[in-house]
Design a protein around this ligand. Structure first.
Ligand SMILES: Cc1cc2nc3c(=O)[nH]c(=O)nc-3n(C[C@H](O)[C@H](O)[C@H](O)COP(=O)(O)OP(=O)(O)OC[C@H]3O[C@@H](n4cnc5c(N)ncnc54)[C@H](O)[C@@H]3O)c2cc1C
Ligand SMILES: *[C@@H]1O[C@H](CO)[C@@H](O)[C@H](O)[C@H]1NC(C)=O
Ligand SMILES: *[C@@H]1O[C@H](CO)[C@@H](O)[C@H](O)[C@H]1NC(C)=O
Ligand SMILES: *[C@@H]1O[C@H](CO)[C@@H](O)[C@H](O)[C@H]1NC(C)=O
Length: 612
């Protein structure tokens, strides 16, 4: 009841769009995350009237979101959470081995684990998303790193568009960045953008009497770095422009999108600054509004002319506050120039499909008129595989955060394939209430595997109802999974070996997973095969990408051209994590904000060409 009242209040507070004649804008941007938020600001700052539509509200002043330190609370917060209950495979038995499988007990609580109470309904694996001004950049860990150069160059190869060459992409980092950690004038960085970047204090790494430093020195030895230099190496700039940067195994100082005081910096700040600017840029923000589809003109090549929306909070069924049966009238909003869909890797393909753009057979199954048969929409879903090695020391291991990227022996190229961060925390993926707290002795190395070899996941409709959540299956490890698992196991073995340097009285570590006990390798109990099986069933992820991918003219699965234009229609683009043809490096948020800036340039260039 409380939520219904809230949504009525909010609906009356936003710009009235259902009055005749319908309001219209040059551009409508759907979704205010890293893809859509900055783009809408850039278009408005260039003088174009722009409507930014966001399903969630604005939590910019809420300390849980404004302070980066509480990011786990933010990701668990019902105020913004959209729960997607995903699958990792088509094998129900394998799904049931996932330690954090989540069930609805029917009494308003979740059961998480392998032994659900009778009658509980299996929901799936929780994949959190934030429906809020700023999108997932408002609840994420804010870790910033650049993709591998080849993740950009692959677009050049597929499309012939040389503007995507890796060395040209740094321009967008420099454009958006407001560097808060290096003295002004560093040629690799920007200082006048909207996105604050800062980094941690790694001075602890110079103290040789800490267990963490002993681990660090051993890691250096195992990854071809000089153990004597760890104090300096730990301050390496992760966003620096090093020659062959992707082939370097090195420690880094983790960079986050926050300012030096620990205040989160995200598209939320940029949108609010743009709205508040005395220059009165023509940006309109409409919160608590669910876009249900894109509208098209009836021409031989259909043109996007606007969107259909439902106004109100918590209308989408992924929202834990959604009250079953809640609906709102549909209204239309028109765009004179273009519609840009930036709903993220799950919602952008859903919106396209609801609009008649997607695999024809799937659309016909739900009686959605086909505007354009595009088989790639919602396909090629991929993600970085993640896994962790977690143990309890005999006493706490004194250590700050270690950030390390390295190459394992079976990596298919010279490029590094593991991004890890280690310290006295626990991180084992996502479930309602994550993470677990194992007390002060906990120690984790969390690993992100770079460049997964499979892209077999999908986002598919379950109905034509825009309030329904689509079926999401990542199909982890479907292609060449054994190779990726081998690389992850090699990573775990290296990290476990380094841990043994912690020394007494921290040792012995009592490993909780993937292996077990204080002498985990004894008696072959923790063979590579055992570990691979553990990582296979327990892998998790939170960097979903590629469900509306850029690709070449001859690629049937290509959804976008190199300028983010949806193929086969006019006036429609998709700009967000779904646009990447491959998962961009180890962390997608910075790359997504970079392509947002690139897309704004492309769109403005087109508009200038057409009017000039
Ligand atoms: C818990 C967590 C931690 C993470 N940590 C990191 C990290 O440390 N570093 C990193 O690089 N990445 C991290 N990520 C991933 C990163 O945040 C995402 O990849 C990134 O936010 C994707 O941006 P996006 O614009 O594609 O989509 P999103 O951020 O999902 O934004 C999409 C927006 O569109 C809105 N929307 C969707 N559908 C509709 C609709 N129909 N109508 C209106 N609005 C709609 C949503 O409400 C949302 O605000 C993390 C993700 C999670 C979940
Ligand atoms: C791009 O194509 C060139 C020439 O065929 C090739 O050498 C290179 O490896 C390709 N790069 C990527 C990232 O695919
Ligand atoms: C190094 O760490 C030890 C153990 O925590 C501490 O006692 C000592 O003060 C530290 N030294 C410096 C220079 O910080
Ligand atoms: C679109 O045009 C076709 C023929 O050009 C016509 O048959 C159809 O009814 C039109 N649809 C709408 C919605 O106007």
């Amino acid at each position: 009841m409380r939520y219904r009242l809230l949504s009525a209040l909010i609906a009356s507070a936003v710009v009235a769009v259902d009055a005749a004649p319908a309001a219209s804008y040059d551009y409508i941007v759907v979704g205010s995350g890293p893809g859509g938020g900055p783009l809408a600001c850039d278009l408005a700052r260039a003088g174009y009237s722009t409507l930014l539509i966001e399903a969630g509200g604005d939590e910019g002043d809420n300390p849980t979101y404004a302070e980066l330190a509480t990011f786990n609370e933010a990701a668990n917060d019902e105020a913004t959470r959209w729960d997607f209950w995903v699958k990792h495979s088509d094998d129900p038995a394998r799904e049931l081995q996932f330690q954090h499988m989540t069930w609805d007990t029917g009494d308003g609580t979740f059961y998480i684990g392998l032994d659900p109470p009778p009658g509980a309904k299996q929901l799936g694996i929780q994949y959190p998303r934030a429906a809020v001004l700023g999108g997932c950049a408002m609840h994420n860990g804010a870790v910033c790193t650049l993709p591998q150069d080849d993740d950009w160059n692959v677009i050049v190869n597929a499309t012939g568009d040389t503007s995507w060459e890796a060395d040209k992409m740094r321009r967008y980092l420099k454009k958006i960045e407001k560097n808060d950690y290096l003295p002004a004038g560093n040629a690799d960085h920007g200082y006048n953008g909207w996105l604050s970047t800062s980094r941690g204090d790694v001075s602890w790494a110079k103290n040789n009497s800490l267990a963490g430093t002993r681990i660090l020195r051993k890691m250096a030895e195992l990854t071809g770095q000089n153990p004597e230099d760890v104090g300096v190496l730990m301050d390496t700039d992760i966003l620096g422009a090093y020659k062959n940067k992707d082939e370097i195994s090195s420690f880094y100082n983790m960079v986050q999108h926050a300012d030096r005081q620990g205040k989160r910096s995200s598209p939320n700040n940029y949108v609010r600054a743009t709205l508040a600017d005395p220059k009165k840029y023509p940006l309109t923000l409409q919160l608590h509004t669910l876009v249900t589809k894109v509208l098209f003109s009836n021409e031989s090549t259909p043109r996007a002319i606007g969107v259909e929306v439902m106004q109100g909070a918590s209308l989408y069924k992924a929202d834990p506050k959604h009250i079953p049966g809640t609906k709102a009238p549909l209204t239309q909003i028109l765009a004179n120039k273009e519609v840009i869909v930036s709903g993220g890797a799950f919602n952008s393909p859903q919106i396209l499909k609801l609009s008649g753009i997607g695999p024809a057979a799937e659309l016909q199954k739900f009686n959605i008129p086909v505007v354009k048969d595009l088989p790639g929409v919602g396909e090629q879903l991929s993600d970085n595989y993640e896994g962790s090695i977690l143990a309890l020391g005999q006493i706490p291991a004194d250590s700050g955060l270690i950030t390390l990227q390295f190459r394992t022996p079976s990596a298919p190229t010279k490029k590094r394939n593991i991004f890890t961060w280690c310290g006295a925390f626990s991180f084992e993926g996502f479930w309602p209430g994550f993470p677990a707290d194992y007390g002060p002795n906990q120690y984790t190395c969390a690993m992100v595997h770079i460049s997964p070899k499979s892209q077999a996941g999908s986002v598919r409709l379950v109905s034509a109802d825009p309030q329904d959540v689509p079926d999401i299956n990542f199909r982890f490890f479907e292609h060449r999974g054994d190779e990726d698992l081998k690389e992850i196991v090699e990573g775990a073995n290296l990290l476990r070996e380094a841990w043994q340097a912690a020394g007494e009285p921290v040792l012995p570590f009592n490993e909780l997973h993937p292996c077990h006990g204080t002498n985990p390798l004894a008696d072959g109990k923790c063979s590579d095969a055992v570990q691979a099986q553990s990582f296979k069933t327990q892998a998790y992820s939170h960097h979903a990408a590629s469900t509306c991918a850029i690709g070449g003219d001859n690629d049937k699965m290509a959804v976008l051209d190199s300028k983010f234009r949806v193929r086969g229609v006019k006036g429609l683009r998709v700009v967000d994590a779904s646009s990447f043809p491959v998962v961009p490096g180890a962390f997608p948020v910075l790359p997504t904000m970079m392509i947002s800036a690139k897309a704004a340039e492309d769109i403005i260039a087109d508009a200038t060409k057409k009017s000039g």
